[in-house]
Design a binder for this molecule. Structure first.
Ligand code: GLN
Length: 201
């Protein structure tokens, strides 16, 4: 079974756990570094990025989290989770997030977004994206793929198996982003398919 850790220092980690269990994965609450052992994938949920940063510092989790992600463990970061992945926080994505970027007046809003994330999304309805005091990606390096933007600002970005979105897929019944994460974890476990003999020559 695919074991997906959900960082649970603060924020809406329980909703992510429910989506993952619905998909047949095992959701494991991550509160200390021992909880990271043997994870197939990781979710960094939304919440309040300052509080989450303090929790990461208090628990000495920054280096263990970096090690897990740098070892290739697929990650989904949502909202404050996107902020935690940027250069000023865990420094796992070559980008800088801007907190509460849509302004205080625009505390929350919804958009329909098309996410080019493989088969689960091809020819299927757009994602109903709920933004709650959301960040956007202010600036990013060339390695970052921008999957979706709002008003010209990236709100869904990917680098390899690290996916960060500024919205909350876990509260709308949307499960395709979590499905992507579980599939990436499974693909990594089975490893690359060996090339057929005639291609290997
Ligand atoms: N505004 C929050 C922050 O800056 C993020 C909001 C969220 O995760 N929904 O940390």
């Amino acid at each position: 079974m695919t074991v997906v850790g959900v960082l649970a220092l603060q924020g809406d980690f329980e909703a992510h756990g429910r989506v993952l269990e619905r998909l047949g994965a095992q959701a494991r609450v991550v509160r200390e570094s021992a909880d990271l052992d043997g994870l197939d994938a990781l979710v960094i949920p939304g919440g309040e990025s300052t509080t989450m940063s303090l929790g990461i510092e208090r628990e000495g989790l920054a280096e263990p989290l970096r090690a897990v992600v740098r070892a290739g463990t697929p990650v989904l970061g949502t909202c404050a989770g996107l902020i935690m992945l940027d250069r000023d926080h865990l420094d796992l994505l070559d980008m800088r997030a801007r907190r509460n970027a849509f302004g205080r007046q625009v505390a929350s809003f919804e958009e329909e977004l098309d996410l080019p994330l493989g088969d689960a999304f091809a020819g299927s309805p757009p994602v109903r994206a709920v933004f709650i005091r959301a960040p956007w990606v202010e600036e990013h390096g060339e390695v970052i793929d921008v999957l979706a933007s709002v008003d010209g600002h990236p709100v869904a970005v990917r680098h390899g198996d690290i996916l960060a979105v500024a919205f909350h897929p876990e509260i709308t019944g949307e499960d395709r982003l979590h499905r992507w994460l579980v599939e990436r974890a499974a693909a990594r476990r089975t490893g690359p398919t060996p090339a057929p003999a005639h291609e290997a020559a």
